[in-house]
Design a protein around this ligand. Structure first.
Ligand SMILES: Cc1cc2nc3c(=O)[nH]c(=O)nc-3n(C[C@H](O)[C@H](O)[C@H](O)COP(=O)(O)OP(=O)(O)OC[C@H]3O[C@@H](n4cnc5c(N)ncnc54)[C@H](O)[C@@H]3O)c2cc1C
Length: 300
């Protein structure tokens, strides 16, 4: 047992996992083990776990719902933290919404729409947690997190509990500039009153659009590449002949070229090699160097 494991076990007991495989915690169903894994239930527990990792010079990361990740087959060194059920909540007062970072983003969309609150409808069908959605500045159909967030609560990589203003989050297209190692525990939003039936109609419309476009039934991590300025990654991939391209257990979807699906038993190395092959081919075909939206995690 190393020093970090000892320190964590002293506090969290058998909640500390050693060598826990992460594949089942991702939508891709891919990924090797975490050296150490712990689920925390309070901001103080999170602070304790992160401070212990920092003291022991071990890397630490937070796993959300795992819907935007490609985790290496070799797994993740150091500590992987997951937020427990006590971070799955929301409180609404007038147009102000406070959501725990482990709440499913889709559930938050549904709850706010049911209250007649406008601003989060774009999130219909975006899987993942509120915390992961914040980190990725998740968005679709012209909307994104950045427009409705007022504050972000969490813990720094050294274990200090902090509240960040909207400006300190540093929102950009499908990314943020949070302080290194910052783990989000809660996100505050300011929404607007809207017409409940109109909002429900809009959500149903977006659901139908998504159903028509996205592959279903096979594990994936959503869009593999970000859309480059003024273009669509899916179209560039399709015109480079990549729809359906396959490597081992991984393939570009025949339905939407910007999705890679796990056909069964795909390895992270195969997915990554397919991504690099596609980037090169798109550059040769159209001169555009695509930037991955999916995050590569762990030891490669
Ligand atoms: C079918 C499908 C459709 C999708 N459609 C969309 C779409 O339309 N638009 C869109 O933007 N995305 C889309 N995605 C991608 C993904 O759902 C979003 O990026 C989502 O917001 C990620 O949330 P998560 O909880 O799964 O984060 P994870 O994938 O677990 O993590 C993403 C990143 O956030 C970090 N993170 C997660 N939680 C925390 C936290 N509490 N504190 C600090 N860091 C944290 C992780 O370390 C990682 O770096 C789609 C994915 C799938 C599978």
């Amino acid at each position: 047992m190393n020093a970090l494991e000892q320190e964590l076990t002293a506090h969290f007991g058998d909640r500390v996992g050693r060598g826990r495989t992460l594949a089942d915690l991702t939508s891709f169903q891919i990924g090797g083990p975490a050296d150490l894994f712990v689920t925390v239930e309070t901001a103080e527990e999170l602070a304790r776990a992160l401070a212990a990792a920092a003291r022991n010079r071990a890397p630490a990361m937070c796993l959300g719902a795992g819907t935007n990740l490609l985790i290496s087959d070799r797994g993740v060194r150091g500590l992987v933290v997951k937020l427990g059920e006590s971070f799955n909540y929301c409180r609404i007062e007038q147009t102000g919404v406070e959501a725990g970072a482990a709440m499913a983003f889709g559930a938050l969309v549904e709850t706010t729409v049911d209250r007649g609150l406008a601003g989060l409808e774009f999130g219909e069908g975006i899987p993942g947690s509120v915390g992961g959605g914040l980190v990725m500045n998740a968005g679709a159909f012209g909307g994104e997190m950045a427009r409705v967030v007022t504050a972000v609560h969490g813990v720094t990589g050294c274990g200090e509990i902090r509240v960040l203003s909207r400006d300190e989050v540093g929102f950009a297209y499908r990314r943020t500039n949070l302080p290194a190692g910052f783990v989000i525990t809660r996100v505050d939003f300011e929404l607007e009153w809207g017409d409940r039936d109109a909002l429900r109609g809009r959500v149903a419309e977006l659901r139908a659009k998504r159903a028509a476009r996205q592959p279903r039934g096979l594990p994936n991590a959503g869009s593999i590449f970000k859309n480059p300025p003024g273009a669509f990654a899916g179209r560039l991939l399709e015109s480079a002949g990549l729809k359906g391209a396959r490597l081992g257990g991984a393939a570009f979807s025949g339905q939407h070229a910007n999705f890679i699906v796990n056909l069964g038993g795909a390895r992270a190395d195969e997915v990554r090699a397919l991504i690099e092959m596609a980037r090169n081919r798109v550059r040769e075909n159209s001169g555009v160097w695509l930037e991955p939206e999916v995050r590569f995690v762990g030891e490669w």
